[in-house]
Ligand binder design. Structure first.
Ligand code: SAM
Length: 369
């Protein structure tokens, strides 16, 4: 079967690499990375992928330019191979730059075509939808329709350690990608001087502990009649065995805001990291670490709102000073502020376009050589 590990724009290549590391053959494309597997393989991907949003089973793809074509296409797909008679199958949709632009109509035509297909196969006239859930999505992008079945359920960024989102928190998947892009290795210290609710610190810990991000949550596919529960359980046990709970962690952070810090401490507790990661209330101007080769990774305020720009410029300037005051340190920052380098008074050694939600950002890497 063919799957798509859906990912935010800019993270497709990282997700492809994660899939390769898991032993799949994978190909990156806009919106994610494609790979071949069986349902148990999809479970493995759900369990271990740190930077993907969802694992979707691709049921079919075809060019469609009319509602009739859409209906015929969906009708031709073998839903009975996946959906039992009592399946609950909500249909969501998404249309971009296509002749069929009404998402509601596309959803309802897709639903009708699935019902028609199942009626013919199961020889019944009514589906109660009282059983397990099989979420279907119809996406039409430049007239190319794709029907998928979501194997994840809750999006993969929901690891289970975050209960409240705080102000401008970073998505766990983007934080995990930033940690990987920073090229930090666990022997080094990683430090977030604007740690907010702690997402970057926790994702760094997961990487250092070799902890599968999905270890402590469930996936919707586990309830399905055709998933091999014993095989999934064995993969979960294997992931548990790989998790090095007492790995030494050189991870710390600080933030000027006491409220953000108390949320951060709550998240650290919920992630089982309260006694392993130190965070304190501190202005980033006061941060001094007696460690060589510190890797500062951070998501500072961008100043998108009028009036906040001056503050963001000062923070960029202070981050530049912080880097210069630490020998052989590296600073990795995600920012939507195009003047960040000017304010930090240093040109980035590396840059990469990333999206924080819908906001186009740059991930900048500065070295203090
Ligand atoms: C965009 S938020 C970071 C969110 C964080 N990555 C998370 O996942 O929750 C920016 C953080 O920078 C902090 N901050 C702003 N000015 C600061 C300063 N001068 N020193 C330290 N922290 C500061 C804010 O309190 C806020 O928590």
């Amino acid at each position: 079967m063919e799957f798509m590990a859906a990912a935010a724009f800019g993270l497709e290549g990282i997700v492809k690499q994660e899939l390769l590391d898991l032993g799949f053959e994978a190909k990156a494309e806009q919106g994610g990375a494609r790979f071949q597997a069986d349902l148990t393989g999809a479970f493995l991907a759900n369990l271990h992928l740190a930077c993907a949003d969802r694992v979707l089973l691709i049921l079919g793809e075809r060019k469609v330019t009319s509602f009739e074509e859409l209906f015929e296409f969906v009708l031709s797909l073998p839903f009975e191979q996946h959906l039992p008679k009592d399946a609950n199958f909500p249909v969501s949709g998404n249309c971009v730059r296509s002749q069929l632009m009404s998402v509601r109509d596309c959803q309802s035509i897709t639903k009708k075509a699935i019902v028609e297909r199942l009626k013919r196969k199961y020889k019944v006239g009514w589906f109660p939808e009282t059983g397990n859930t099989y979420p279907i999505t119809i996406t039409i992008h430049r007239d190319m329709a794709r029907v998928t079945l979501d194997t994840s359920g809750d999006a993969l960024n929901k690891r289970g350690y975050r209960t409240w989102v705080g102000e401008a928190p970073l998505r766990e998947t983007l934080a995990a990608a930033m940690v990987r892009l920073s090229e930090w290795t666990p022997e080094q210290m990683i430090y977030d001087p604007c740690c907010g609710t702690g997402t970057l610190l926790i994702e760094a810990a997961f990487l250092a502990q070799n902890r599968a991000p999905g270890l402590h949550r469930a996936f919707i596919m586990e309830q399905w009649h055709n998933s091999d529960r014993a095989a999934c359980q064995a993969l979960r046990e294997e992931a548990k065995a790989l998790y090095i709970k007492d790995a030494p962690l050189h991870i710390a952070g600080s933030d000027v805001d006491p409220e953000a810090l108390s949320l951060c401490k709550k998240h650290l507790r919920q992630a089982g990291l309260a006694d392993k990661i130190t965070v304190q209330q501190m202005d980033l101007r006061d941060v001094r670490l007696n460690e060589p080769r510190v890797c500062f990774v951070t998501n500072p305020p961008y100043g998108e709102r009028i009036g906040d720009q001056k503050k963001a410029a000062l923070i960029a300037q202070d981050l530049g000073k912080l880097l210069k005051s630490h020998d052989q340190a590296r600073l990795c920052a995600i920012t939507a502020d195009h003047s960040f380098e000017r304010h930090a008074r240093q040109r980035a050694d590396k840059r990469r376009r990333l999206y924080n939600g819908r906001l186009e950002c740059e991930f900048l890497v500065f070295e203090n050589r």
